[in-house]
Design a protein around this ligand. Structure first.
Ligand SMILES: Cc1ncc(COP(=O)(O)O)c(C=O)c1O
Length: 81
C-alpha cells in the first residue's frame, strides 16, 4: 500500500505533466510519503503534483506547503459541506 519511490523515480521524466496521488488510502489506511515524492517530481520533471486529500483532510490538519503540492483537493461532503 505504499508508493514505490524507486519506481516513481524511474517513471518521472521531462514529459511527465501531472502526478496525482492520494494522501491517505481509504482501503489500507496508509499515508503516502508526499514530501519525498514531491522532491522526486521537482527534481525529475516539470509536472504538477496533485494530491487527493479526500481522506487525509478529515484525519488531521495539513499544510499542503509542507509536501510541496501544486493542488490539494478533496470533496466537501467529507467535511459535512
Ligand atoms: C482517497 C479518496 N479519493 C476520492 C474519493 C472520492 O470521493 P467522493 O465520494 O467525494 O467522490 C474517496 C472516497 O472515499 C477517497 O477515499
Amino acid at each position: 500500500g505504499h508508493l514505490d519511490l524507486a519506481a516513481a523515480e524511474r517513471l518521472l521524466g521531462p514529459r511527465t505533466r501531472v502526478v496525482a496521488v492520494s494522501q491517505l488510502s481509504n482501503v489500507l489506511g496508509t499515508w503516502q510519503p508526499l514530501a519525498e515524492l514531491a522532491a522526486l517530481v521537482r527534481a525529475r520533471s516539470p509536472a504538477w503534483l496533485v494530491v487527493d486529500g479526500a481522506q487525509g483532510a478529515v484525519h488531521g490538519r495539513h499544510r499542503p506547503a509542507d509536501f510541496d503540492a501544486d493542488f490539494y483537493v478533496f470533496s466537501g461532503h467529507k467535511l459535512y459541506a
